[in-house]
Design a protein around this ligand. Sequence first.
Ligand code: EPZ
Length: 433
Amino acid sequence: MPRYVINGGNPLKGEVEISGAKNSALAIIVAAALATEGESIIENVPQGRDVGTICMILKSLGVDLWFDSQNRLHIKAQNLNRYQAPYDLVRKMRASFYCAGLLLGRLGKAEVPLPGGCAIGSRPVDYHIKGFSQMGADITIEHGFMKATCKKLKGTNLFINRSSVGTTINLMIAATLAEGTTTLENAAKEPEVVDLAIFLNAMGAKIRGAGTDIIRIEGVDKLHGTEYSIIPDRIEAGTFMFAAAITGGDVVIKKVVLEHLRSPILKLEEAGAILEKGANEIRVRAPERLKAIDVETSPYPGFPTDLQQPLVAAMCLAEGTSLIRETIFDRFRYVDELRRMGADIKVERETAIIRGITKFTGAPVEVTDLRAGAALTIAALAAAGTTEIYGVEIIERGYERFEHKLRCLGADIVREETSEVSDIFSQIDEVKV
Ligand code: EPZ
């Protein structure tokens, strides 16, 4: 189990380039497999574990895909011919459930494991399944799988009970090849949804209204490959913004879309950071000490739930008491780890009450989920002493070369492999009895 070893106290200084958006790449890679003609070439794909997993799943379904020397991902899906997604790969990542929309749309048949729970809550997929059923699929849920068949999905009017990125993406993927028009009411408006719609239209789909709460998808007979570049990752950008602000740093974060960062920018300015915006970059300078603020997470364009954890880490050192309310997921488990570093946080139902302290102290801590890992790393960068962060393979699911980018900004951080329990047993074998 790899770990980071971080000696805190260095202010982050310099420039960092943001990678492509993980949550856009996962949707677009699956959607590319809808094409029966040509090949898609996708640029700015972040090289993280989750992208690797979705590529392995598509390969297992018969899709040809490879990265070229310029790190562009090529996808040729003519040979997609298997409708059963493998459990051992799907269990690693919830976004694998997008294969349900792909397989139903492409093959009229899908057997996909239901995603299990995860560290940030139960995260059901009932809205996805309801949408497929309303589009005419016959669905049975058995042995932990969703088994669905439908000769051809039928376009219809769908209302999604609450703003859901995954549901919007999965139903959009399924509806592109359906017969007739599908409307998604109460659709998610996240930039990753818009990125997917633009990509699908470049493949020959007919989608209008992405980015609003009503998306119309007119079904087409087939789709073809296209060339495309993934939008920058707004959550990675926000993570570096909070890292600069909490370490007393001065960082220029390059290759961002400012429009996607409006709420984190406004909240960080409210906390006293000095932000200078360029065309597609933002400079973040830390104040002497951040001020406590109140934040409530909400669907885009509100404050993103995925930045709740880095924000909480930053507010632990702010002057005053902050109230951070999490309305999307149940994602405060990591607070226990921050407490090990000296944080003064109380969680009451869905609100974290954070009383600012003057500094974190280094400690061994464990990553519970992707964004918690980012929060612990940020806290460690600002801590007095050494922090060991265990389970960093979870961070590598969604941050490309995270420790490398931080080291380039002056952080004292190394990644080490630790011995697995199994190694210990092999060592015992070697002991002369
Ligand atoms: C996506 O998750 C992102 N993941 C999450 O990012 C992000 O936090 C979330 O959207 C924000 O809404 C990817 O894009 C791969 P939802 P998703 O459907 O689609 C409930 C990260 O760190 N719901 O928008 O799973 C759900 O429980 C990850 O990169 C149902 O009840 O989230 C939640 O309370 C973490 N039934 C709410 O809707 C359903 O069928 C919003 O979830 C679907 C969702």
